[in-house]
Ligand binder design. Structure first.
Ligand SMILES: Cc1cc2nc3c(=O)[nH]c(=O)nc-3n(C[C@H](O)[C@H](O)[C@H](O)COP(=O)(O)OP(=O)(O)OC[C@H]3O[C@@H](n4cnc5c(N)ncnc54)[C@H](O)[C@@H]3O)c2cc1C
Length: 590
């Protein structure tokens, strides 16, 4: 097992001191290769995490933003800084406001995107996610050009002086107005606090806007005035507050075109000629052509996928790596996947869910637009989010998306490699590279686990139920550290989102906010029958078992497995379950 994997595979006191040691030696940007010779801290100490929780970066950022400059003079352009989670022109709040401001003072609008490879390393981003960003940027660049708005894409390393780089660009363009949507991750908030400081010194006004979520963080509180740590009461407040404030999901206007003269402007005309790179060094996407077919870029594609989810029924043909916009789906509202979601969503053997997560994670479509679409479908004037209806159940998933980002903002420790429930920091994990590799490659001998992992390796996406099953198998059956799985998912998923991924992993490992304690341990075989009643999911992704029918496909006997060249079990579920219960009950003990 590599040193890096080992260092994250244990949270004992001795391994902490070795992490500290490595941390001291490896400083950001150290060495001569600025892009790749960079090793961020993966696991904060309990003390550091507690300090950050006590004074969360979002709070500090909002305070810094509130004392920023209110007026500026002599600006020649307005800049919208587009980020990793707002890659769209339609219904983009900061872009819309930047455009309004540019029209108000009759100056051009410039859109900026900064590729920051060290941030991608720090967040365990994978090549598919980065490639998806680049593909979307190319599409946005074309659309913005039709509005005479340049999109300027630049690459910056090291990340520690990225704020200076951005402010220098603004100075170069004589732009004293900067607009951006807020990114809620700890590193990004700290970066933006620095931007605010530098901007103030340089007479630049910054406007940061909430855009990622349906309900912004810091809006919902318990009766005791605390952030919610449990989903059900959070969700009750979420839907109640949303229906009282429907303007929260109002559409932001599309940007107004710049004057055509910008194409002959001495400083800005060249910005149109600069190309979006095809790839980022260190993040070359080997299966790009396949990803382009399964996950076509652009708001138009996202909108079409949403429409199909709302108006067409699920198809077995969409089970694997297929083009989601293929012709042939029957169009009938009654057969809509959205209207059968409540009963069918856990089924992985058809495209029962929307598959919009890559688009929502990268902000190719706004979460507000998808909520509005559910209201239009039902022809209602309020948001439906009850568990009793299919649309309501689907909207509730969007509330989960909000919830996990709210959790990260209130308890930033979770994104610093710490469990939400600190008492589980000492749980004894196995260190077993062979088992970890078998899990990653889908060779555990448990068909539903292997199908899920192979689906992600093939498609860059995994069905939600399979994510839960595979994550729980890693942490409770193989007893391997949840952070190893979190990191592997993040690198492989095209929809990787720090808050949702972390929330999903901490839910599955029992270290998170979930009131159900650690002793919820999935039986993977029972789960398999529910998630894959036809067995088609397993047969699609585990071709060795393609000829099996009935219960055998969920649990082939050792003799059958051997005959078919399918791996034998790594561990027996009953024994693994006992071990997990023992270790969670007594953190630190064998
Ligand atoms: C271990 C684990 C890791 C995960 N990692 C990610 C991740 O990196 N990025 C990500 O977007 N989702 C993640 N999820 C949540 C969920 O699995 C995916 O959002 C969902 O499978 C995407 O498919 P869909 O778009 O068809 O979802 P639908 O069922 O159509 O749901 C609609 C949207 O709601 C949101 N959503 C649905 N379920 C969840 C959930 N449990 N938590 C948060 N948001 C949700 C997504 O934005 C999704 O696109 C993870 C879940 C687990 C258990």
């Amino acid at each position: 097992m590599s040193k890096r994997v080992l260092s994250r595979a244990s949270s004992s006191a001795s391994s902490h001191s070795s992490i500290e040691h490595v941390r001291k030696r490896r400083r950001e940007g150290e060495g001569n290769q600025p892009t790749l010779w960079f090793n961020p801290n993966y696991t904060a100490s309990a003390e550091d995490a507690a300090r950050v929780d006590a004074d969360p970066p979002l709070q500090k950022f909002l305070e810094a933003a509130s004392v920023g400059l209110k007026t500026v003079e002599g600006t020649e352009a307005v800049v919208h800084w587009m980020r990793m989670a707002d890659l769209r022109i339609v219904d983009n709040r900061a872009l819309s406001q930047a455009s309004k401001r540019a029209r108000e003072v009759d100056i051009p609008l410039i859109v900026l995107f900064v590729i920051s490879p060290q941030d991608y390393v720090a967040h365990d981003r994978g090549p598919r996610r980065i490639d998806f960003v680049l593909r979307n940027l190319k599409s946005i660049k074309r659309s913005l050009k039709e509005l005479n708005i340049p999109l300027y894409v630049t690459t910056h390393t090291p990340r520690r002086n990225l704020p200076t780089g951005v402010i220098d660009l603004l100075k170069q363009w004589n732009a004293k107005e900067l607009y951006a949507n807020i990114e809620y991750e700890v590193d990004e908030l700290r970066r933006d606090i620095r931007i605010l400081e530098l901007a103030k010194q340089e007479g630049i006004r910054c406007t940061f806007i909430h855009d990622k979520l349906v309900v912004e963080p810091g809006t919902l509180f318990t009766q005791q005035g605390k952030p919610f740590a449990v989903f059900s009461p959070f969700h009750r407040r979420w839907i109640e507050a949303l229906n009282r404030n429907l303007h929260w999901i109002a559409e932001a206007s599309v940007p107004t075109p710049n004057d055509y003269e910008i194409h002959s402007h001495s400083s800005y005309a060249d910005l149109f000629n600069q190309e979006v790179p095809d790839e980022v060094e260190g993040f070359e996407c080997e299966d790009r052509e396949k990803m382009k077919v399964i996950w076509p870029e652009g708001h138009g594609a996202a909108k079409e996928m949403l429409d199909r989810f709302l108006h067409t029924k699920s198809r077995g043909s969409q089970l694997g790596p297929a083009n989601p916009l293929e012709e042939g789906a029957e169009s009938s509202a009654k057969a809509s996947r959205a209207l059968t979601y409540k009963d069918k969503r856990d089924q992985a053997d058809r495209d029962t869910t929307s598959r919009l997560s890559p688009y929502l994670s990268a902000g190719v479509i706004s979460c507000r637009e998808v909520v509005r679409a559910t209201m239009e479908l039902l022809k209602i004037k309020r948001v439906e989010s009850s568990r009793d209806t299919s649309i309501g159940t689907w909207v509730q998933e969007l509330a989960w998306r909000d919830f996990y980002t709210h959790i990260m903002c209130a308890w930033p420790r979770v994104s610093m490699g710490r469990p939400y429930q600190e008492k589980f920091a000492g749980v004894k994990w196995e260190v077993n590279e062979e088992h970890f590799n078998a899990w990653k490659e889908g060779r555990t001998g448990v068909p539903i686990v292997d199908a899920g992992m192979r689906q992600m390796n093939t498609m860059g996406w995994m069905h939600n139920r399979a994510r839960m099953i595979t994550a729980m198998y890693l942490t409770k059956d193989l007893m391997l550290d949840w952070r190893l799985g979190e990191r592997y998912f993040s690198k492989m998923l095209i929809d990787s989102d720090l808050a949702s991924n972390n929330g999903g992993w901490q839910w599955s490992s029992g270290t998170g906010t979930d009131p159900q304690p650690y002793f919820r341990i999935f039986n993977p075989y029972n789960q398999s029958e529910k998630a894959d009643p036809t067995g088609n999911y397993i047969r699609e992704f585990v071709p060795e078992l393609g000829g099996l029918r009935g219960p055998d496909v969920h649990k082939p006997s050792p003799k059958t497995a051997q005959k078919l060249g399918y791996p034998l079990l790594l561990i027996e579920h009953g024994k693994a379950r006992d071990r997990a219960l023992r270790r969670y009950k007594n953190p630190g003990m064998e």
